[in-house]
Design a protein around this ligand. Structure first.
Ligand code: ZN
Length: 224
């Protein structure tokens, strides 16, 4: 499991430049603060693949318009497996490969505004990924490419970021309980002139999260 956490941290970090600097990941602080990687050792056959079911939901408007391009979706599925293959993860299409079309202008335009509607569509035995025109709610500016919500346990990814792209890989890292490698700096990326070098404060600006020092002297592992 340690290997799993470390490699997935890598997955988050390789995509955080795009996601972080442009604030394109929409995971909420409430969700992110609740993520806590479980590093309890698990017995596994060495080098064995972990098979992970995934369920894509293709969201369209009420008339069926605006669906993600099917080839792009398959390419994204391929990319996901490419990204996670070195770590022993193999995704497969759940529910016999069924790819439901979800005709809902509500979810097409502002999925976060209609969490109950998403809940009724979730498939219980897979990672649920909703592909929609928009990923945000009606109150923000549409700069979010995707997000994972732990509370409602699903991913939403914007149609324009589906293909041989890395947004879904990043959000899948959150599904696996990983925070950003820049946790606490989401809304105010480090700037030497502003934040100092060494840091003027050990609390990250976004949420007051304590910043771990390089020598880890202020980092304590909580033993349960
Ligand atoms: Zn993120």
């Amino acid at each position: 499991m340690n290997k799993f956490i470390h490699v997935c941290a890598f997955v988050i970090s390789i995509t955080c430049t795009v996601i972080g600097q442009n604030h394109l990941c929409g995971i909420t602080h409430e969700d992110e603060s609740s993520l806590m990687p479980d590093d309890t050792p698990l017995l596994r056959t060495r080098n064995a693949l972990e098979y992970i079911p995934i369920k894509f939901h293709i969201v369209t408007d009420n008339n069926g318009g605006g669906a993600v391009d099917f080839n792009n979706l398959l390419n994204q599925f391929d990319q996901l497996n490419i990204d996670f293959k070195p770590f022993g993860f193999q995704f497969y299409l759940a529910d016999g490969g069924d790819l439901p079309i979800l005709k809902s202008t509500n979810l097409f335009e502002a999925p976060r505004d209609f969490p109950g509607e998403i809940q009724t569509q979730r498939y219980a035995n897979a990672v649920n990924v909703f592909i929609s025109k928009n990923t945000y709610d009606s109150s923000n500016g549409g700069v979010i490419a995707g997000y994972y919500t732990r509370m409602a346990d699903h991913i939403v990814a914007q149609t324009g970021y589906i293909g041989y792209k890395d947004v879904l890989t990043h959000e899948m890292g959150h599904f696996f309980n990983l925070r950003h490698t820049f946790y606490g700096w989401e809304d105010d990326p480090y700037n030497e002139l502003k934040h100092g070098n060494p840091l003027l404060s050990y609390d990250a600006p976004s949420y007051g999260v304590e910043v771990e020092l390089v020598n880890k002297e202020n980092c304590q592992k909580v033993l349960i």
